[in-house]
Design a protein around this ligand. Structure first.
Ligand code: CA
Length: 233
């Protein structure tokens, strides 16, 4: 079990208390804040992972997410939302969240997600790809990605996802394999997180299309994804 500094941001007393108690029972160091302002103050002293309710009494949760992401690029942000509308989730992920959980939160799923995000050796456990894919070069020791010397800034899970696909360029990788290798071996529930990360990764790669030959992430309907160098290049 990985012990980490967790920040729970939730104005509902019943939910907040339940999350805090359950996470403490898993030996995490937990701080509970009920407002957006309290969360931003608490996050200044550092947190490995933030569970962030989007419906807060003082500030918009999406705005809190954006601010947290700005001053703490490496903190994992998981948004909690009672709103099941797809747009809220997408807006939250665009604002810098790494993942989301829909309320009511199932505690088994919560712990699976927390464990998955805190597993720092996710990429290290997969074979290191050494060969460049097109002009894309992964420096697995430094977890950096470059195209002809231009570094592509990636979030932790975007890097892990790209590194996993780059292990076998041209090969189909199933959704189940990606979820298991990049997130958690016992993943259950929605795999929408995977699609959102693929979409984010595609945008980042597209930003560097001028810098050199950048591989594409091809969707294989009903199966998964494949990383490949576009033909004709
Ligand atoms: Ca709330």
């Amino acid at each position: 079990m990985v012990t980490a500094r967790l920040l729970v941001v939730e104005d509902d007393a019943t939910i907040g208390a339940a999350l805090q108690a359950s996470l403490r029972a898993h030996d995490h160091d937990v701080t509970w804040e009920r407002t957006g302002r309290g969360a931003l103050r608490a996050a200044e002293s550092g947190a490995d992972l933030v569970l962030l309710d989007l419906g807060l009494p003082d500030l918009d949760g999406v705005e809190v997410c954006r601010k947290l992401r700005t001053f703490s690029p490496t903190t994992v942000i998981v948004i909690l939302t009672a709103r099941t509308e797809e747009m809220d989730v997408v807006v939250g992920l665009e604002a810098g969240a790494d993942d989301y959980l829909t309320k009511p939160v199932r505690l088994a799923e919560l712990h699976a997600r927390v464990r998955a995000h805190l597993r720092r050796d996710a990429a290290a456990s997969t074979p290191s790809p050494c060969a460049p894919v097109g002009d894309l070069v992964l420096d697995t020791a430094a977890r950096r990605v470059r195209v002809n010397g231009h570094e592509i800034p990636l979030r932790a899970k975007e890097y892990d996802l790209l590194a996993r696909l780059a292990v076998e360029p041209g090969a189909a990788v199933s959704r189940q394999t990606l979820m298991a290798d990049v997130w958690d071996e016992h993943w259950f529930g929605s795999t929408k997180t995977l699609d959102v990360h693929v979409a984010g990764l595609r945008r980042r790669l597209a930003d560097y299309a001028e810098a050199g030959v950048v591989p594409a992430i091809v969707t294989l309907r009903g199966h998964g994804y494949r990383l490949e160098v576009p033909t004709g290049t």
